[in-house]
Design a protein around this ligand. Structure first.
Ligand SMILES: Nc1ncnc2c1ncn2[C@@H]1O[C@H](COP(=O)(O)OP(=O)(O)OP(=O)(O)O)[C@@H](O)[C@H]1O
Ligand SMILES: [Mg+2]
Length: 248
C-alpha cells in the first residue's frame, strides 16, 4: 500500500489524506476514552464494528435525503469520506434523561422526555466540551443563523430515522451526538453535511426489554461486557462480520 499522509489522530479515529482531492480516509481505532480522556482503554474489535455500524446508519440517512460525508467503506477499518470544515459544536439530541443531563439537573436516568431536546456543546477538549446555548454559537460566529436552522432540522430528522431503526431491533435510542461540517458541492455551493461517526461510542442505546446498556457507558462505568455490547448492536443491525473479528 502506498504511504498516505496522516492528517490528524484523534481519540477514536485517524484521518488520512484521501485518494481524490477533497476526500479523506477515516480509520477507526479500538482505543476508547471517557471523561475527556482521563480514562483510557481499548475495546477489542470496536474499530471494525463502529466502521460497519456507522456505514449502515450513514447509508440509511443518505437514502432518506440527509447529506453526509460518507462515500464508501474501503475495508474493515476504513471509510472514504468527503473532507469538511468541522463546525465546532457537538450537537446532542436527547429522547430520555441520562448522562450529563441527569447529573446537571439532579434527575433520574431513564425518565422519558415529553419532547426531544437538542443541546450544543463547544468542541474544545481543553475546556471539556462545555454546554453552550445556540446564542453563543451565533454570537461567537461559529455558525450562521441559516446554518443553525439547517443543523437543527437535520438533527430532528436524523433522530426520527434512528429512533425507528433502533426500535425495530429492540433498542431505545436514549441520546446521541452529531457533528456537522461545511462542504463545497459539485456546483460550488457551500452546504452543511453530517460528518464524523454514529456508533455505540456516540449514542446511548438501551435494550427495550431489559434496559441493558449496549453502548460506551459499559466502558465509562466499568459495567463489563463492553465488546459483547458493541457486537450485539452490530448483530442486530445485520452488520456483524460472519467470520468473526479475529485479525481485523
Ligand atoms: N468529514 C470530515 N472532515 C474533516 N474532519 C472530520 C470529518 N469527520 C470527522 N472529522 C473530525 O475528525 C476527527 C475524528 O477523530 P476522533 O473522533 O478520534 O477525534 P476526537 O479525539 O474525538 O477529537 P475531537 O475532539 O476533535 O472530536 C474529529 O476531530 C472530527 O471532528
Ligand atoms: Mg470524536
Amino acid at each position: 500500500m502506498t504511504k498516505r499522509r496522516k492528517l490528524y489522530e484523534g481519540k477514536a479515529k485517524i484521518l488520512y489524506q484521501g485518494p481524490q482531492p477533497g476526500t479523506l480516509v477515516q480509520y477507526f481505532k479500538d482505543d476508547a476514552t471517557a471523561f475527556n480522556a482521563q480514562k483510557k482503554g481499548n475495546i477489542a474489535g470496536k474499530g471494525v464494528l463502529n466502521n460497519l455500524i456507522s456505514e449502515k446508519i450513514f447509508s440509511g440517512l443518505e437514502a432518506i435525503g440527509i447529506p453526509t460525508h460518507f462515500i464508501k467503506r474501503a475495508n474493515m477499518r476504513e471509510q472514504l469520506i468527503k473532507k469538511v470544515e468541522i463546525i465546532p459544536l457537538e450537537v446532542i439530541i436527547r429522547n430520555v434523561v441520562a448522562g450529563s443531563m441527569a447529573k446537571r439537573l439532579g434527575l433520574e436516568e431513564g425518565m422519558e422526555l415529553d419532547r426531544s431536546i437538542i443541546e450544543f456543546s463547544y468542541k474544545d477538549d481543553s475546556l471539556g466540551d462545555p454546554l453552550v446555548a445556540a446564542e453563543h454559537a451565533l454570537a461567537l460566529g461559529w455558525v450562521t443563523d441559516d446554518e443553525l436552522d439547517q443543523i437543527t432540522a437535520m438533527t430532528f430528522r436524523i433522530n426520527d430515522f434512528m429512533c425507528g431503526l433502533f426500535a425495530g431491533i429492540g433498542i431505545r435510542l436514549v441520546d446521541f451526538k452529531l457533528e456537522f461540517g461545511r462542504y463545497v458541492d459539485e456546483n460550488g455551493d457551500e452546504v452543511i453535511i453530517l460528518a464524523d461517526e454514529i456508533s455505540p461510542d456516540t449514542c446511548r442505546l438501551w435494550d427495550l426489554k431489559t434496559m441493558k446498556k449496549l453502548d460506551k457507558d459499559r466502558f465509562r462505568r466499568d459495567l463489563g461486557g463492553v465488546e459483547e455490547a458493541y457486537q450485539e448492536v452490530a448483530r442486530r443491525l445485520g452488520v456483524l462480520p460472519k467470520g468473526g473479528l479475529e485479525g481485523e
